[in-house]
Design a protein around this ligand. Sequence first.
Ligand SMILES: [Zn+2]
Length: 293
Amino acid sequence: MRPSKNLSIVLGIAGAGVVFYAYEAFRVRGEAGGLAKSISPAYWADRAAGRDLFDPEKRIWYKGVREKKEVTISFDDGPHPLSCRSLLATLKDKHVPATFFVVGKQVEGNPDLVKMIMDEGHALGNHTYDHIALDTISREKVFDQINRCDRAVENATGKRMVLFRPPHNRYNDIVLSVVKQKGDILMSYVIGAKDFIGTVTKEELTADQQKEAAITPEKIIYFVEKQLRPGAIILLHDNPITAAALPKLIDMVRAKGYEFKSAKDMMSELPQHVQLDPNPEVPKASQPATSHN
Ligand SMILES: [Zn+2]
C-alpha cells in the first residue's frame, strides 16, 4: 500500500506544478508575445535572469521592470520641422523626458532642432541615415547607414549616440553584430501607437495599415491606453498628428497612475543595473565608428 500512496503524493505534487505552470504561462501570455512563447521553458529561464527585459548578449533593451508603474516615451523619424518644436514644448510644459530616434538626412536639414532636443535634456538615438530596412542589405551598408546618422548628429551637437532603433523594427544578426561592435544598444518598444500612418508613402503600408490610414489623435491615445503596462517603452513618431495628441496622451498615462521616466533611469533599474549615458561627448580626434569595443 505504501508505495502507491507515495506515488499518488508525487503525482499530486507534479500535477499541481503543471497546473501552476500552465496558469502562469497563460497569465503572462500577452507580455511574453503569445502563449506559444510563454509556455516554453526558455522564456522562463530568460525571465528569471532578466533577459526578457534586457539581453546583454544581443544588446537589446526590450522593456523596463514589471514592479513599477513607469513608462518611457520615444519619438521616431524626426526631426520634423512641422512638429518637433510642438513636441518639445509639450514635453517641457509637462516635465516629461523622452528619446528621439532621428534620421540622419533629416538631421542634416534641421541641425537647430537636433540641438534643441539635446539642450532641453532629451536623449538622441540613431535611426539610420535614410530610414531603410536594414535586414535586406549588406553589413557594409548597415554600417554606413548607422555611421552616417552618427556623423550628422555629431556635426550638429558634438555628441555621439548609444541608443539605436532600426527602421520598421527590422533587424537580423548582421545588424545586431554591428550594434554590438559599436558598443551601442538596440532600444526596442512595447507599445506602438500606429501613428506612423500618414508619415510614410502608401506603398510602404500593408492593406491592413491602409484601412487604418485615417489616424486621429483620439486613436493614438486609445492605442497607447489599450497597451499600457509597467515598464513599457512607448513608440510614437515625430509628426503633426502625434504632436496634437501628446498633451492628452501624457495626461491619460498619468491619470492611470504611471510615471514617465527617461530611458537612462529605466535602464538603471533593470536587474542588470545598466548604466547609460545616451549621448556622451565625442572623443577628440577619434573614429568611434571603427572602434571595436
Ligand atoms: Zn522609423
